[in-house]
Design a protein around this ligand. Structure first.
Ligand code: KG4
Ligand code: ZN
Length: 332
């Protein structure tokens, strides 16, 4: 019988708890902090304070949703990094106290490993090896999932993450925070009529760069404003999105060819993007590749993915000394 795990995730601005058993999600509760909208981005101190206020209620919601009590649990899991240090510390401290009091094993989980495991929740039969594109507000990685808990990095962003580029471009377009989903909605009303430059053109590695794309959009807008040109913001959003998604797809499908892999997964907040899902779907079909996408509710931060990752992870031998690690590594 698989362990029944209470998982906790507080690495950024979502306070989340879930009860999982193997790949099965018994319940999942997520509170997305609205307080940051006022500031146009996540304010770390506000995030930490909100986690403290919300975490008991979110854990309660997860237990109620699973119709169980603390005494029915077999283990506690928590994201211990990477993320905002103050935010991570709330989840880690809470999980440590709970595991100590309940005399349960404590399983630390890497946030990115959690995102990758969201694919196991949504696809019961998915087995490693497969290629995974992890695209979030902090990461843009192409990873070979060689086995459970065994990863090999093929490419990553050298500057901004793609989600960060969506958020920053959305801010320039006056869309507010969180920008990614808002930019996607605006882009639906426009056409990708502008061609923004691709970084690393002609190079053979599989890394990304997104800060130049964001700067190209900013310069383009300023130029048009200075000349008094009338422009359609939706066309700019569509053009940005087109280039960002094409860059992700070009490198990911090239990685699949080089590795001779016919299974590609996408995980992380940006995997919720409809255009990205569409483009990857079409390219996978053309290349004879099977594409795995998380359900929408498991794309952005949640604790179900943390519980799923904990299902095949080791408990920490010294639970009381576990600390949050803002820049925890997953790859050598
Ligand atoms: O995985 P996630 O919830 O948190 C991190 O681990 O960073 O990802 C959040 C990121 C944000 O940058 C957000 O703008 C982006 O994912 N995102 C999207 C969409 N939904 C979320 N970007 C583009 N289109 C979307 N529909
Ligand atoms: Zn995330």
């Amino acid at each position: 019988m698989e362990r029944r795990i209470l998982a906790i995730e507080t690495s950024c601005d979502e306070t989340a708890a879930a009860v999982t058993q193997g790949r099965k999600v018994i319940s999942s509760a997520v509170y997305t902090q609205k307080e940051h909208e006022l500031y146009g981005g996540v304010v770390p101190e506000i995030a930490s304070r909100n986690h403290i206020l919300k975490i008991p209620y979110i854990v309660d919601e997860a237990l109620c949703g699973a119709d169980i009590q603390f005494s029915d649990l077999d283990a506690v899991a928590v994201t211990d990094g990477p993320g905002l240090i103050g935010a991570l510390l709330v989840g880690v401290s809470y999980a440590k106290a709970l595991a100590y009091y309940l005399k349960l094993p404590l399983i630390p989980v890497h946030h990115i490993e959690g995102h990758i495991c969201s694919l196991f929740i949504s696809h019961e039969t998915l087995l490693p090896p497969f290629l995974c594109l992890v695209v979030s507000g902090g990461h843009s990685h192409i990873v070979v999932v060689e086995d459970y808990g065994k990863y090999r990095l093929l490419g990553k962003t050298r500057d901004d993450a793609v989600g960060e580029a969506f958020d920053k471009t959305a801010r320039v377009l006056g869309l507010g925070y969180p920008g990614g989903p808002k930019l996607e909605v605006l882009a639906r009303e426009g056409k990708p009529v502008y061609q923004y430059p691709r970084g690393f053109k002609g190079e053979t590695h599989l890394d990304f760069t997104f800060s130049g794309l964001k700067t190209a959009v900013i310069n383009h807008i300023h130029n048009m404003e200075q000349k008094g040109e009338v422009f359609n913001k939706a066309d700019i959003a569509a053009s940005f999105q087109h280039e960002a998604v094409s860059f992700l797809a070009d490198n990911t499908f090239e990685a699949a060819v080089r590795e001779r892999i016919t299974k590609i997964g996408i995980a992380g907040g940006v995997s919720a993007n409809g255009r990205l899902r569409e483009v990857f779907g079409q390219r996978a079909k053309d290349a004879g590749i099977t594409l795995y996408l998380p359900e929408m509710r498991y794309c952005t931060d949640n604790a179900a993915m943390i519980g799923c990752a904990a299902g095949f992870s080791e408990e920490t031998k010294e639970p009381l000394t576990l600390n949050a690690n803002a820049s925890k590594m997953l790859f050598e």
